[in-house]
Design a protein around this ligand. Structure first.
Ligand code: SN0
Length: 320
């Protein structure tokens, strides 16, 4: 595996799930694979779960991990091509990436969407430069449009807790004070459809996600209707994807607090489990009552980030 961006990169999902179970049963069984190998984890944005779970997964595989926080530990990097570098950015990605590639065997990159230039974000311009110039396999640790390590951890979690072969999985928009990327909902929709689950996505008008990620899912504007009979509820905020109105890309279109997931919505589900990628804004996205209830899976879901990261790194090490 040379890139890990989309569900198709991992191949058969049932096979991936049984591999995840094997890793979880004995996560140190592949310690020989990473011997004398190094992964570089490059962060353009903040992280808690991604950096800890990626470092832990690398250690489980006997691999060295170097973490680089761009702009804090390193020079500030220019990411746009063709610009006169007379500002505060000292080095260009064009040089920095091949240099980074020369010190490692695998690269993971966190680089959030700008939310100002839809075309550049949806072309994954930063991530694609790592593919083009690093000479190394590249993992998206949440890039402009996808968060595959999270979606794979979500898939593993649902597989562990599902009571039916084809559960009803509802992805619900919820309010947030900041404009957030669409990477998490894009990947969640893509992976859940790929798994063959019944996928319903609900949000206020204008929040339609890019159909290239949601193809096969049902779109619903009535949250209560969407939640009826749900087995899993996945809450997440995202800003306007600009699918219907390109000029609204990255904007907050609604602050409607009736979308906060609470016991009113959970009551119409089929005893659904609650999920969120974290970090979560309590009483914006979800009420204390729901996130503190036994229905909440947010902690086991986060714990599975170690397993998803390890699965991806294991596949890449095996293919080196
Ligand atoms: C990111 C997002 O894509 O929504 C990372 C999620 C894994 N979330 C945030 O940036 C939340 C920041 C905040 O202040 O709540």
């Amino acid at each position: 595996m040379r890139t890990f961006f989309n569900a198709e990169d991992i191949g058969n999902l049932d096979k991936a799930l049984s591999e995840a179970r094997a890793i979880k049963a004995d996560r140190y069984a592949w310690k020989h694979l990473g011997r004398d190998k190094t992964i570089l984890l490059v962060f353009f944005n903040n992280s808690l779960r991604t950096r800890l779970s990626s470092q832990k997964a690398a250690m489980n595989l006997g691999m060295n991990a170097i973490v680089l926080n761009i702009g804090q530990d390193s020079w500030r990097l220019e990411t746009e091509l063709g610009v006169v570098m007379d500002g505060d950015k000292s080095e260009h990605l064009r040089e920095a990436i091949p240099v980074m590639g020369s010190y490692c065997d695998i690269i993971g990159v966190r680089s959030f969407a700008s939310l100002s230039d839809r075309e550049a974000d949806y072309a994954e311009t930063v991530l694609q430069q790592f593919v083009a110039y690093s000479g190394r396999p590249v993992i998206s640790l949440e890039s402009a449009t996808v968060h595959p390590c999270q979606a794979l951890a979500d898939l593993i979690t649902i597989d562990e807790y599902k009571r039916k072969t084809t559960p009803k999985v509802v992805l619900s928009w919820a309010p947030h004070p900041k404009a957030l990327p669409q990477a998490v909902p894009n990947s969640f929709a893509q992976w859940m459809v790929a798994a063959g689950y019944e996928v319903v996505i609900c949000h206020p008008e204008g929040y339609e996600l890019d159909p290239r990620f949601t193809g096969g899912a049902k779109i619903e504007y009535d949250q209560m209707k969407a939640f009826e009979g749900a087995d899993f509820v996945y809450a997440k905020n995202w800003s306007c994807p600009g699918v219907v109105c390109p000029e609204d890309y990255g904007k907050i279109l609604s602050t409607d607090m009736s979308w906060t997931v609470g016991s009113r919505q959970m009551a119409v589900t089929d005893n659904a489990r609650f999920m969120h990628c974290l970090p979560v804004r309590r009483n914006m996205i979800v009420t204390d009552e729901v996130i503190d209830s036994p229905a909440s899976l947010v902690i086991p879901e986060a714990a599975n980030r170690e397993i998803s990261a390890q699965l991806v790194m294991k596949r890449m090490l095996e293919a080196l």
